[in-house]
Design a protein around this ligand. Structure first.
Ligand SMILES: *Cc1c(COP(=O)(O)O)cnc(C)c1O
Length: 398
């Protein structure tokens, strides 16, 4: 059976997949079964932050697996405590962590913390969570409902939990908060929703307003976190102090992990929340190593120069193809290139892929770039050379 046939027969049909068979990766370069190579500007949706086939990560996984992978949260787990310390220190916030296995789980935990805050401080009168249009917060029933996209709230999965609504923009939040609102949850760059970024002053003003009303600010950094925007957290970049922050994707470098960090350290008590796999030896030891690699990458200035080179390359594309694109979006190595004509989004991504470069989509009309943070300049150069070839082809075809 071909890979496609196998997948179609035995895997539930939730993804529109590309049936290339990748067998190997090195840094930001992937190889398929025919050894054709691809420059990966998507890094598995911002997950493989330190690159494919990273030898240090492989060694860390091997060495940890040889000792202990999992012992359960019935016992203290040293790498978990050390990772919590590392993440808290890198963030600069006075917070404590809970460990799960995914972004959605981290957001679920964030919502539980907020709800309990409302119970304890306001006798349950405050429970509503406000999110933003085009946000994305996960695929569980609750985080789907928190996601500000009607197409995700399918009747097929109803009923959804109560107390979630989304606003069109930040300005609308001021009018829609009431004395039942317990939290506002948002991304600082909407990773799935078209790379929409918010103005720094606008977010700071909202943060001050929420603080004055004792409404919690939850920042979903599942995609923006762990140096993606240049700082450890986008919240650092925005210079705000959220109450709760969620992290996942990039911190594990490919190993599943989700973290919720909270300023309100006293909310949870034993029995309130838990996870079998969350915070195990393997995922925490690897994430510690990812943090170590990226901290150095940032402090030596390599991250900045990589991201500058990437931005410059994008700018060249925008200048050369201003009939196709109209804007560059995002920060750091979380970038978008907006198409003038949304109808060609899928075909552009397909042509790029054929030329050997992997680019993601975001929203209706944006090419999304989330390369490994450790991508080399040589790979960036080659990736953009291929993008030029693909775009020339597209031009000649129409
Ligand atoms: C990917 C993502 C999630 C969901 O993470 P999973 O690990 O797929 O559950 C939540 N929020 C944001 C902003 C994301 O990008």
């Amino acid at each position: 059976m071909s890979l496609k046939e196998l997948d179609k027969k035995y895997v539930l049909n939730t993804y529109n997949r590309n049936y290339v068979n990748f067998v190997k990766g090195e840094s930001a370069t992937l190889f398929d079964e025919n050894m054709k190579n691809y420059i990966d500007f998507g890094s598995g949706i911002g997950v493989v932050s330190v690159g494919h086939g990273n030898k240090i990560i492989a060694k860390t996984i091997y060495e940890q697996a040889e000792r202990i992978t999992h012992i359960s949260n019935l016992f203290a787990i040293e790498p978990q405590s050390l990772l919590a310390k590392k993440v808290v220190e890198l963030s600069g916030y006075d917070m404590a962590c809970f460990f799960g296995n995914s972004g959605a789980e981290a957001n679920e935990a964030a919502i539980k913390i907020a709800r309990k805050y409302g119970q304890r401080k306001y006798n349950g009168k405050r429970y509503k969570v406000i999110t933003l249009e085009n946000s994305f917060h996960g695929r569980t029933i609750t985080t789907s409902k928190a996601t500000g996209q009607v197409k995700v709230h399918k009747k097929d999965f109803a009923p959804y939990p109560e107390g979630f609504s989304f606003n069109q923009n930040i300005e609308k939040i001021y009018k829609s908060v009431d004395d039942e609102t317990v939290a506002v949850m948002m991304e600082l760059i909407q990773g799935e929703g078209g790379l929409m970024t918010f103005e720094i002053e606008e977010v700071q003003k909202l943060a001050r307003f929420l603080k004055s009303k004792d409404i919690l600010l939850i920042i979903d950094e599942v995609q923006t976190g762990v140096y993606r925007t240049g700082e450890f957290l986008a919240s650092n970049f925005y210079n705000i102090e959220p109450d709760i922050i969620t992290i996942a994707k990039g911190i594990g470098g490919g190993v599943p992990i989700g973290i919720v960090m909270s300023k309100h350290k006293e909310i949870f008590e034993p029995g309130d929340h838990g996870s079998t796999f969350g915070g195990n030896y393997l995922s925490c030891q690897v994430s510690l190593k990812v943090c170590e690699i990226l901290e150095k990458h940032k402090n030596t200035g390599v991250l900045k120069s990589t991201s500058d080179y990437f931005s410059l390359s994008l700018l060249n594309i925008l200048n050369d193809y201003d009939d196709v694109f109209d804007k560059i979006l995002g920060f750091g190595l979380m970038k978008g290139l907006r198409l003038k004509n949304e109808n060609i989004l899928e075909s552009v991504i397909k042509t790029l892929f054929e030329e050997g470069v992997i680019v993601l989509k975001s929203g209706k009309n944006v090419l999304r770039f989330l390369p490994p943070l450790t991508i080399t300049n040589k790979e960036i150069k080659e990736g953009f050379r291929r993008i030029e070839i693909a775009l020339k082809r597209i031009k000649n075809e129409d």
